[in-house]
Design a protein around this ligand. Structure first.
Ligand SMILES: Nc1ncnc2c1ncn2[C@@H]1O[C@H](COP(=O)(O)OP(=O)(O)OP(=O)(O)O)[C@@H](O)[C@H]1O
Length: 342
């Protein structure tokens, strides 16, 4: 059973004069111990998916889904309190900007202590419990690679550098020993040495604690260095998902191919200063969505069939939603691949 499973998630945003489908029939699974990258251009809906998982939905949004489950239990059918409990203990999130996620008026030490669940503290006199929390705080800081904890514990968030803030966010996220960590573009804008440190840290927790990670990112290099599987999103629709290796070797969707081709690191033979191969045009706004496959107007392979939303199909674990996929083996007819029962 998947740890987290999303089937046919559609998210509507009521923008006053019209309602837009910001996500349309999105599918995503995360298994125990898996690192899955969620990738797509800016505005493709990655953060909307994260918010749908967390249940952080404003009043003008609504959700329709066949299922959103955690360990087989429907998150959509849970009460607010049951869902909050899962988010407090089982699913942790690290956001893009640590500085805005930390409380500017509270010392780092207090914020970390606060993130430790009461269940981890044995019943004792308050001063003893406080000591336990303090020890656990130091331990958490060491686990995320902050050895000189004394230097930062008494600081306020604005007094510490970004990389340390990000590690502190990870320490707080891991305080409850969650099963899933959602890293929402948490290395965006970081310089490469800091990024490498954060990625190594996440990888270490994945390997040693079997922590499943949903790694939301634009950074294809980081994804290939750490993720096992990848879900590609375009304009609110899942276009392809599967093992990172098979997507890199044989992308079936023209958007995935364009995305990979646009990253210089994947173009082994790309001569210096050559033009990057990308799709023409830009991602449409929610107010001007094309019907059917949303890539249609930008897709080099588009034909009249593409005005219909493609049914997801699969080749083993490799799932794609495209009427005219690339790289199908020779002499094989597209229709032999079964539609995926969602
Ligand atoms: N609160 C909101 N109200 C209206 N539209 C929104 C809201 N939040 C996001 N959107 C729209 O939903 C679409 C997807 O946004 P989202 O933030 O999920 O993209 P993203 O893939 O996470 O982008 P980025 O990589 O830049 O963070 C965008 O068109 C965005 O403008």
């Amino acid at each position: 059973m998947a740890l987290l499973e999303i089937k046919n998630l559609t998210l509507f945003i009521d923008a006053g004069d019209e309602t837009v489908k910001a996500l349309e029939k999105v599918n995503l699974t995360l298994n125990e111990g898996e690192i899955r990258a969620l990738v797509g251009e800016s505005g493709s809906g990655k953060t909307l998916i994260v918010r749908a998982i967390l249940g952080a939905i404003p009043d003008n949004w609504s959700i329709k889904a066949d299922r959103i489950t955690y360990q087989g239990k429907s998150l959509l059918d849970m009460s607010g309190e049951q869902r909050r409990q899962i988010m407090r203990r089982e699913i942790a999130v690290v956001f893009q900007e640590p500085a805005s996620a930390l409380d500017p008026s509270v010392k780092i030490k207090e914020q970390i202590k606060e993130s430790i669940p009461d269940e981890f503290i044995t019943k004792a006199w308050p001063w003893k419990q406080n000591k336990q929390r303090e020890e656990l705080t130091v331990n958490l800081l060491h686990r995320v690679g902050i050895k000189n904890h004394k230097r930062y514990m008494e600081c306020y968030p604005h007094e510490i550098p970004t990389d340390i803030s990000q590690k502190i966010m990870i320490a707080m996220a891991l305080a409850s020993e969650p099963k899933i960590l959602i890293a929402d573009d948490s290395t965006r804008g970081m310089e490469s040495a800091t990024k490498t440190q954060i990625l190594r840290l996440l990888l270490k927790f994945n390997e040693t604690k079997k922590l499943a990670i949903l790694f939301v990112s634009h950074d294809l290099l980081a994804i290939t260095s750490m993720a096992h599987s990848m879900t590609v999103l375009y304009c609110g629709q899942t276009v392809e998902s599967g093992k990172v290796k098979s997507l890199l070797k044989r992308p079936l969707h023209p958007y995935t191919k364009a995305l990979l081709d646009s990253a210089p690191s994947f173009q082994v033979s790309l001569p210096p200063k050559s033009k990057l191969v990308t799709l023409e045009g830009t991602i449409p706004t929610l107010q001007h969505l094309p019907t059917g496959c949303r890539l249609g107007p930008r897709c080099p392979n588009a034909r009249k069939e593409c005005v219909m939303v493609p049914v997801p199909r699969n080749i083993q674990d490799h799932l794609y939603s495209c009427h005219f996929p690339l790289h199908l083996p020779k002499n094989t007819k597209h229709k032999v691949y079964k539609e995926v029962k969602l």
